[in-house]
Design a protein around this ligand. Structure first.
Ligand code: G3P
Ligand code: CA
Length: 303
């Protein structure tokens, strides 16, 4: 069982604010530097998956803030679209698991995100399912989410979720990012990566915004990797599907921006697995419990 953010985490955050967020260190090191996750750290970059979702309800503003309190720059999220065209941050394509939609709208089975308006979703409690202490947390719109990540001076690994359900979501997501100020040079170079399980979506995002870094979620065969390198910069696989040889094969290619392709693996929430994937040479670890992974990969965590 995980512990909630502690005084030690707050101390880590102090170092984080001084070195990684908005300071000269971040500007000098860029988005891939392990230094982006804390002072003097070596090893993979750590991404807070759906926010620090072991400690706060996933994909809420509270989960973004929990990552901040723990001292993490990067948060990951999932973007989908409402019936009336608003982009919202939620993982499942239904509201049932992470909100009280069944209670508030009992006749709206199966409670698909795309069948509800933004105003209806805004009424829902997205926190109580996780812990009563989070009662009243909302499903944020992407605009609200970006504002919070910006306020916190954090960085965003944005996933376009199930794009096959939402025609045009790639262009719309980029429009919202642009309107929120997230496509300027500073954000694109240091603070934003867009990923998807859909290769077509990743390719389209790359075509629409060639300056933006992207990632494909999956584990292509080694022989197919060059095709992906033509339009993306990273291959982000489930940790159970990879070997050191596969990671090395990805690293052997230059991606869409001419740099060595990178690997951010998911979802790793325990020290043993974190060390295992670090040993495979991954560049990043996407985790619900970023503090656990950080402790593990800097070598100070007892198994
Ligand atoms: O960032 C990787 C991870 O989010 C992919 O899986 O299902 O949690 O979106 P999922
Ligand atoms: Ca995701």
């Amino acid at each position: 069982m995980y512990v909630r953010p502690s005084a030690a985490a707050a101390a880590a955050f102090l170092g984080f604010t001084l070195t990684a967020l908005g300071g000269t260190a971040a500007a000098a090191t860029g988005p891939r530097s392990p230094a982006a996750d804390g002072p003097g750290m070596l090893g993979p970059v750590v991404y807070a998956h759906r926010g620090a979702s072991a400690y706060a309800p996933e994909n809420t503003l509270a989960a973004v803030d929990a990552a901040l309190r723990l001292g993490f720059a990067w948060v990951e999220n999932d973007v989908q679209r409402t019936r009336d065209g608003e982009l919202v941050v939620i993982h499942d394509d239904t509201l049932a698991r992470t909100t009280n939609a069944e209670e508030v709208f009992p006749d709206r089975t199966p409670w698909r995100v795309r069948d509800f308006t933004a105003a209806e979703i805004a009424q829902l409690d997205a926190g109580s399912w996780f812990d009563a202490a989070y009662a009243g947390a909302r499903v944020p719109t992407l605009r609200e989410y970006l504002a919070r990540v910006e306020r916190n001076r954090q960085r965003l690994l944005l996933e376009i979720k199930k794009p096959e359900l939402y025609p045009g979501i790639e262009k719309q997501t980029l429009e919202v990012l642009d309107e929120a100020g997230w496509l300027d040079r500073g954000h694109v170079q240091r603070r934003l990566v867009v990923q998807s399980f859909s290769a077509d979506t990743v390719r389209l995002v790359h075509e629409l915004r060639p300056d933006l870094e992207t990632a494909f979620l999956g584990t292509p065969k080694v022989a197919d990797l060059p095709k992906y390198a033509a339009f993306t910069d990273r291959i982000n696989p489930w940790h159970t599907t990879i070997t050191a040889e596969w990671v090395a094969a990805v690293h052997g290619l230059a991606g869409a921006h001419g740099k060595t392709m990178e690997v951010d693996t998911w979802i790793v929430d325990d020290a043993v697995t974190a060390r295992k994937v670090r040993g495979m040479g991954v560049d990043g670890i996407i985790t619900n419990a970023p503090d656990v992974v950080r402790q593990a990969v800097i070598g100070g965590f007892a198994d």
